[in-house]
Design a protein around this ligand. Sequence first.
Ligand code: C2E
Ligand code: CA
Ligand code: CA
Length: 454
Amino acid sequence: MQGDLEIEAAELRNGIAAGQMVVYYQPKVGLFTGQALGVEALVRWQHPERGLIFPDDFIPAAERNGLMTELTDFVLDQAADQYAQWQTNRIDLPVAVNLSASSLIDASLPDKITAVCDRHGISHRGLDLEITETSVMADPKAAIAVLTALAERGFVMAIDDFGTGFSSLAYLAKLPVSVVKIDKSFVLDVVDNNADAHIVHGIIELVHGLGKHVVAEGVESQDALNLLLLMGCDQGQGYHWSRPVPAEELTAWVTKHQHAVTVAGRETGMSTRAPIPANEAKRLAVLQRYRILDTAYEALFDEIAAVAAKVCGTPMSAVSLVDAERQWFKARVGLKVAETTRDLAFCAHAIMDPAHLLVVNDATTDERFAANPLVTGDPNIRFYAGAPLVAPDGSAVGTLCVIDSKPRQLSVGQLDVLRQLAAHVIAIFETKQQLTELAERREILSQRDLRLAS
Ligand code: C2E
Ligand code: CA
Ligand code: CA
């Protein structure tokens, strides 16, 4: 917190009362899909003489002069109002508000935030809350009580500026927060600074190990984005996508970037979201254990996909894995892209019923797919048949599928071969996993032997 202009308490109080505070919004983006999953509300002071003043220059003064409550109340109210407006326009963007240490020890905070939601007629999903580890540590007992009450009411909370606070890691596991934001000081230089890269990678592993989501702040370049993707980071925020901007600009940004999906939804009047299986959490855990996502090309799987295409007489085929946000192709024949969003994936529908193949003879006459950009545009899918890849516990992690740009049908014999090949793919995943685990166990044992010998 540098800067801190010489701001008089009275001037700040007047500024708040005179409506000179404005809220800007910055998107939080899913790294795989590039789509905005939410926004952060960041306050600015539109000063009549000094121009736009940034929060680092007046928030310390607000803290010192007991004006933080007024400021937070204002931002909460704006954020809720903005979320409601976006909802009306069919844009679903939860707004995250930053809470200060003083808010966190205020036992009436959960009631206050609930009242804000009620006043604007929005669900508790609409307001997320960001807190820094430092502000929790100011009075951990009081803060945890407030956070627990908020979590019980369904508010999503994130730890902000993670990595800068020197707090005990044990607190991270105990806090009822589901998201951790890596401080931008580690991310800005992640591509060129080896130490930062190790810190960021370590935080991602740690946070995932605790079952939480991780957001990287300060993503400024495509290179940083690529590296974070490789490290398994979930979301990013930064100038690479957008600076914090006024609400109208953010709406324009979202509309532009979400265009394909939004339009597809409007044409059919149908939801464009992929369906989610009832056993989704278990299914994702099984997929994770195979450690197959984002692995290098392996000829074996392309050969299986090629056999499937040949037997079925289609120009395209794939081994597709469906994770939380996308389908990723372990193997592909005749397909240009390496992955698509989950919402566009035919395979996301095929995994809904592990016991049966999904066959779509003509996608243009199927209301689930008619407006899908993969149908209306390249590669112009008309025919699709997908055999679910079913793990021994019954979860479908993806499909072996064949695709054609002409409507068609498959014989019972062809469908049967597809099903058998899918079973082979799963058998290979299982074998690879067992081999990896065996090798790891051996490694642990030999390290123990070394220790005992020395
Ligand atoms: P923060 O919560 O860590 O917010 C993220 C800051 O990083 C924002 O600065 C944002 O503009 C900046 N940022 C985002 N992407 C990039 C990037 O790619 N590169 C770089 N260099 N910076 C990036 P901003 O808006 O100046 O806010 C500064 C801090 O002021 C915030 O840090 C937050 O702690 C505080 N703040 C802002 N609004 C509020 C508020 O309504 N209430 C409270 N309590 N604090 C607020
Ligand atoms: Ca923040
Ligand atoms: Ca931050």
